[in-house]
Design a protein around this ligand. Sequence first.
Ligand SMILES: [Zn+2]
Length: 408
Amino acid sequence: MDMLTCSKDRMEDKIRIFSKFGDTGKGGITRLSLSTADLDAREEFCKRCIALGMDIKTDDMANIYATVPGEESLPAIIMGSHIDSVKQGGNYDGILGVLTALEAAETIVIEKVAHKHPITVVVWTNEEGARFDPAMMSSGVITGKFNKDIMLASKDREGFTFKEALEASGYMGEVENRMTAEKYRAFVEVHVEQGPILENEEKDIGILEGVCGMVNYEFSFIGQADHAGTTPMKYRKDALYAAVKVIQYIHDELDKLDSKLVYTTGRMIVSPNIHTVIPDNVKFTLDARHQDPNVMKEVVEIIKKVPSEIEKCETSYEELWSRKTVQFYPKFVDYVEENAKQYGYSAMKMYSGPGHDAQFITDIIPTTMIFVPSENGHSHCEKEFTPLDNCLKGANVLLQTILDIDKN
Ligand SMILES: [Zn+2]
């Protein structure tokens, strides 16, 4: 049986055209949420949806819902991602989820594919949190994770609030248009992997089972600032030296746990940070992620064993935030697996390390995700790249998965 496929030419055209919005001229884009570049990309998206006869609605967080009507009045099946990027980001993170969804919808319209449910392509506002903190802001608001008033007050570097940007955007719609469990049946998001596993394993498709749980801790060390030239070593209370010992301990211990565990010290603050002064105040963060809650528990146990005094410095730690492992809807995970097989694509099951809008949506309606490879694992940078063939494969698996959900 010949399987229905999306169009490679149209997929190529979409990626090429959308890479103009926020083009840095160096292979990437800067398309911060609700910036001119973002609004230009939204306009192009809406223009293309209207040309396909889709009905467009926006909600109070400027999320865009473009819908192909169904043959029956049923809740809609929804697919998509985000259009915004980080500063000097790439042409695939987020936008590929929107463009594969648009291509799947376009294929359904052009090929006149029968479907009972309405099919909606969604653009979630401010996923990156690069202009307005936090990330996944709008999917978070509509799923009740974030307080809307606090989000509206979030400011960018120029002092503009999210509320001001929202009002000026022309995309602020009604609360009634939000995605709800009554109006929507399922959500599927295609995303680039943003890591090197699929490429190294030579797989076309990542079958997502969920999103890894994570913890984020901050460790603090208080020592004594003294002169670097006059204080003998044995009298020192060097907070940086104490911090280094804890980092080493954490690495030694965490490396004994499962090899899928990833952990990072990405931020360190050293005071007074002067080359002739012994540091008296040091803080660093620890981000750790794994899909198995038991492994995450072991991570926390290891953290708890850090003593309150190291190298004569006062040591403490606190959890900044954490997230539980998210499991996607098993039936949809099976559809993705089966469809990758039907198309003859190589695939593997995996969990996402990064957070995505889908992890919030899954609390409201059955959800899953499909990953495609990132060349050399690069993401959130201008080098971010996914070959066209892989983008098309992601679109095809998405298309068929949406049609399976429609039938069953
Ligand atoms: Zn993304």
